[in-house]
Design a protein around this ligand. Structure first.
Ligand code: ADP
Ligand code: PRP
Length: 176
């Protein structure tokens, strides 16, 4: 395994999927396609499955990692291991599974995106994937990052291009 698994984390609406897509367009980075029990795939290219299908795949050992959040189930396909043999892979993870992920693969790192609460609210409304009640629940969610991981924190409250440049500089430092 030569690539790194790079988790992009942060509160709902901070821009995880948007930043991941922009990074993959700029560098030799793969995007992990998640399996999710959602009905509407707006904003993310994912494998949409029923709860039954998710449970069957989980029982068959199809996931490297899986978790529940926002009333949905999320799975990371085991095939990510093979992809990591080729290149760095970006994955949108729950902050609650980071310690598990770090124990599973070598070369694990975290990009933690931040933005002010009012920015998060505006972005969730603009994305429009969830109704107002679900947006409010997502905005109220608080999750601390675990200690002891390699975390790069980046403010995505400004222009996307600035976030992308900062992330690329952190991921691929130019050696003198
Ligand atoms: N830097 C940015 N500036 C302006 N809008 C952004 C920025 N980053 C993301 N967005 C927008 O915010 C909304 C939420 O982004 P998304 O990637 O779905 O966030 P997350 O995956 O963290 O919930 C989307 O409509 C997206 O286009
Ligand atoms: O434990 P947390 O770090 O709060 O994360 C909880 C979930 O929220 C995000 O999901 P999703 O991408 O479906 O939602 P979002 O786009 O609104 O963040 C993230 O990928 C996790 O699956």
């Amino acid at each position: 395994m030569s690539g790194r698994l790079i988790a992009v984390v942060g509160p709902s609406g901070v821009g995880k999927d948007t930043v991941m897509r922009a990074l993959a367009a700029r560098a030799e980075l793969g995007l992990v396609r998640r399996v999710i029990t959602r009905t509407d795939a707006v904003g993310e290219d994912c494998d949409v499955v029923s709860a039954d299908a998710f449970a069957r795949r989980r029982a068959a050992g199809a996931f490297l990692l899986d978790w529940e959040a926002h009333g949905l189930s999320y799975g990371i396909p085991v095939e990510v291991r093979a992809a990591l043999a080729e290149r760095d892979m970006l994955v949108n993870l729950s902050r609650r599974v980071l310690e598990r992920a770090a124990a599973l693969v070598p070369g694990f790192m975290v990009i933690s995106l931040t933005a002010a609460p009012e920015v998060l609210a505006e972005r969730l409304a603009a994305r429009g994937r969830e109704d107002a009640a679900d947006q409010a629940r997502r905005l109220a969610r608080r999750v601390e990052l675990p200690e002891g991981l390699h975390v790069v924190e980046i403010d995505n409250g400004g222009p996307l291009e600035r976030t992308v440049e900062t992330a690329l500089a952190a991921l691929y430092p130019v050696r003198a």
